[in-house]
Design a protein around this ligand. Structure first.
Ligand code: UDP
Length: 239
């Protein structure tokens, strides 16, 4: 199509759980491959794509082991968990012919480049999909905060926050049939009503820097493309 792209550069935030399919933890290869296909679709449309992937699917499995541990140590384990997911996603994307780079906030020279902002931007300009690993590299943060921070640093025009429901609702749509989806919300609405979009640190960062967030349903095939290409009425826009 000749329609201009609504976004030139996007940051897609996936939770670790997004990779586990119907499983209780770990990575479900067909689910991983399905997401990779969708990322490829938008990258081939000419959109520069950066990914932040959480670690919940791996970290959950070791959560018992972190009981009673120092918060900081447990958080570092969580950050390492994100690296496992990032490497799996890198492999999936490269199997399908895309060029990718994993940039880690914690140095692991044998498996990932260190995170260097200017290098990330250069990779994106060259059409490589950049995968940010190890969150922000700091305990007491989340991968949602990492997504906001990195999106700002690389001048992404939007954060696409993948979830299991089609946007933000005024009640739980799985329990309440009268629940309605918000088409748009302000950052303040999200913070004041404690709506489940991203944690408050991540939302505040987006608010202060006027970075829009689209909350959308990843479980519906083709939705990454729909969100990135603004194709139809999808999800909730926080801005
Ligand atoms: N984490 C952290 N600092 C960061 C990013 C992540 O300490 O900058 C830790 C934190 O313990 C978190 C875990 O890594 O619980 C996994 O990330 P998250 O829970 O955000 O993953 P998701 O829920 O998106 O899968």
């Amino acid at each position: 199509t000749t329609k201009p792209l609504p976004y030139k550069r996007v940051l897609l935030k996936l939770s670790g759980e997004a990779l586990m399919g119907e499983g209780k933890y770990g990575i479900h290869p067909p689910t991983l491959m399905g997401i990779a296909d969708e990322v490829i679709e938008v990258a081939q449309a000419g959109v520069e794509v950066a990914l932040v992937i959480g670690g919940g699917n791996i970290f959950r499995g070791v959560a018992g082991a972190t009981e009673g541990m120092d918060r900081a140590s447990a958080d570092y384990m969580g950050m390492l968990a994100t690296c496992i997911n990032c490497m799996a996603m890198q492999d999936a994307l490269e199997k399908k012919g895309l060029h990718t780079r994993v940039l880690s906030a914690i140095k692991m020279e044998q498996i990932a480049e260190p995170y260097i902002r200017r290098r990330a931007v250069r990779h994106l300009e060259k059409g490589r999909v950049v995968i940010f690993a190890a969150g922000t590299g700091n305990p007491y943060f989340t991968t949602d905060t990492a997504a906001s921070l990195r999106a700002m640093e690389i001048n992404a025009q939007v954060i696409l926050k993948a979830t299991k429901v089609d946007g933000v609702y005024n009640a739980d749509p799985k329990k309440d049939t009268t629940a309605r989806r918000y088409r748009s919300l302000t950052y303040m609405d999200v913070l004041k009503q404690n709506l489940n979009v991203m944690d408050s640190t991540a939302i505040s960062l987006c608010m202060d820097n006027k970075l829009p967030i689209i909350v959308f349903d990843l479980t519906l095939r083709g939705n990454i493309r729909r969100a990135v290409l603004a194709d139809g009425d999808i999800g909730t826009l926080v801005g």
